[in-house]
Write a protein that binds this ligand. Structure first.
Ligand code: FMN
Length: 471
């Protein structure tokens, strides 16, 4: 099959694609994948429709609904020290037109490009500039600026601000607020193409993306600096508005809902230094917990031992063994949805030695195993207090879909998210995933995509199912 890259598309198509991607808060590449998947599904559905007449199709959110996502929402805009700061004045107006309640922070360098007076005149609010300003601290304070908001937007996000954010610095008002917040953050990078291509910037962006920060742009084109062109131009105000609408709309999808997620492996001790484990990294489960929190859910993440930071805005219960995980899940109930992404050990050693088992020449100890509690099955079969949606994961190496179908029925859960974890798939521990979602109504195979994207799509489906909507 011929390969296609976004770069090969003509400029007009690229622009349309960029706007669409920004609206959905996705990268352009992910947007292309979604379009292709929808087209493939459509082609498949048309074939099926010949056999079974379809239900009315689910309608995409109308434009008005997208715009309504911003009404009365509190947005803190941080303006960094780049030439694109002048566009942020337009961004303020565009967001206010849609009903956003704006507060702005200007960095010291940002004030070289736009004045606190101009920003304050547009917002009708004082502009915040100084971490050590007693008036601000008595008035709202940097912690309240960080908390009393629905979204933080950094535009322009300079190379310097990206580096500080990635490193967790907090030596001025902008970075202190960004570090202190548990709200979604959207950045619109803007810089010279060579700064954008610098290895340090690439590293910092990868870190920020892993931390759950959303990114819009930059675009390719002429820079404000005379004679400069390339990738690094800040996204246009309307593209940033579209990304804001996407985040805020998604941010309310699970508001008021409680979601339990399990993640990571379990460790089943043999003695104080040895244990039985598996290769689960927890990346998929943690991404799901983060996506559920970003969608406004009250999330409890029960995690086995992983080398991952706690996702933002999530209550994390750390456990080691399957038995501890089962107890933590029972304590965390009730919930609207429970998503069991952890790779729970099926067995544990039936005895655990209190002291290290000594190696003795000629003697190999025998390990007798006993079955661990089946957390998914126990929750799915609850007669009272069962979450409305119980989702299990199946890690399979053979007959992935057939095994997942059988597992869904045996466990009594609503959906099984099945993935092929054979060594060649690279899924265990990797950043990509290819999943098949098995439900009573059939199997949906999603294209290969990042675990974050799988998480966001799954959470969109969970929100639709809890809402009684057909997705
Ligand atoms: C004229 C001029 C234009 C600049 N434009 C940018 C820019 O577009 N992007 C960027 O990352 N830095 C730019 N810089 C450098 C930043 O202003 C500088 O790194 C500053 O420390 C950023 O501070 P801040 O991130 O706290 O706002 C520019 C500097 C000057 C003098």
């Amino acid at each position: 099959m011929a390969s296609l890259t976004v770069r090969q598309l003509d400029e007009k198509l690229k622009k349309l694609l960029r706007l669409r991607a920004a609206r959905h808060g996705r990268s352009m590449e992910d947007e292309v994948r979604v379009i292709l998947r929808q087209a493939a599904e459509e082609a498949g559905r048309e074939a099926l429709d010949l056999i079974n007449p379809p239900n009315p199709p689910a309608q995409p959110a109308p434009r008005q609904a997208r715009a309504d996502a911003v009404v009365q929402k509190r947005v803190v805009l941080i303006i960094g020290g780049g030439i694109a700061a002048y566009k942020s004045l337009d961004l303020i107006r565009r967001l206010q037109e849609r009903g956003a309640r704006m507060r702005c922070i200007l960095t010291a360098a940002g004030q070289q490009f736009v004045t606190p007076l101009a920003v304050g005149a547009l917002t009708g609010q004082r502009t915040f500039t100084d971490l050590f300003d007693p008036q601000s601290e008595f008035d709202v304070g940097h912690i309240r600026l960080a908390r009393d908001t629905d979204l933080l937007v950094v535009a322009p996000a300079t190379a310097d601000l990206l580096a500080k954010m990635a490193g967790g610095h907090a030596d001025d008002l902008a970075t202190a607020v960004l570090l202190a917040t548990d709200r979604p953050i959207l950045i619109a990078p803007a810089m010279n193409p060579r700064m954008w291509a610098a290895k340090a910037t690439t590293r910092n962006l990868a870190q920020l993306s892993a931390d759950g920060v959303r990114i819009v742009g930059p675009n390719a084109g002429e820079m404000a600096e005379h004679g400069e062109a390339g990738l690094g131009r800040m996204a246009e105000p309307l593209e940033i508005v579209a990304a804001v609408e996407g985040i805020l709309r998604r941010g309310a999808a699970l508001a008021g809902k409680r979601v339990i997620v399990t993640s990571g492996p379990t460790h089943e001790p043999i003695d104080p230094v040895r244990y039985i484990a598996n290769r689960s990294s927890g990346k998929q489960g943690h991404a799901i917990a983060a996506a559920a929190a970003a969608a406004g859910a009250d999330v409890v993440l029960v995690s086995g031992p992983v080398a991952l930071p706690d996702p933002r805005g999530v209550a994390v219960v750390k456990v080691e063994t399957a038995q501890q995980m089962a107890e933590a899940v029972a304590t965390a109930l009730p919930a609207d949805a429970a998503i069991f992404a952890a790779a729970v050990a099926d067995w544990r050693s039936d005895s655990t030695s209190a002291s290290k088992i000594k190696k003795q020449p000629g003697h190999t100890p025998t390990l007798t195993l006993t079955e661990n509690p089946d957390i998914l099955s126990a929750v799915a079969h609850r007669t009272s207090g069962r979450p409305r949606l119980v989702i299990g994961f199946a890690a399979e190496t053979d007959n992935v879909i057939a095994n997942a179908r059988a597992k869904r029925i045996k466990k009594g859960c609503d959906w099984i998210v099945a993935n092929d974890v054979s060594a060649e798939s690279g899924i265990m521990g990797g950043d990509m995933n290819t999943v098949h979602v098995v439900s009573a109504s059939g199997v949906e195979s999603w294209p290969p995509q990042g675990k974050d994207e799988v998480a966001r799509t799954l959470i969109d489906r969970v929100a639709a199912a809890l809402d009684g909507r057909k997705e």
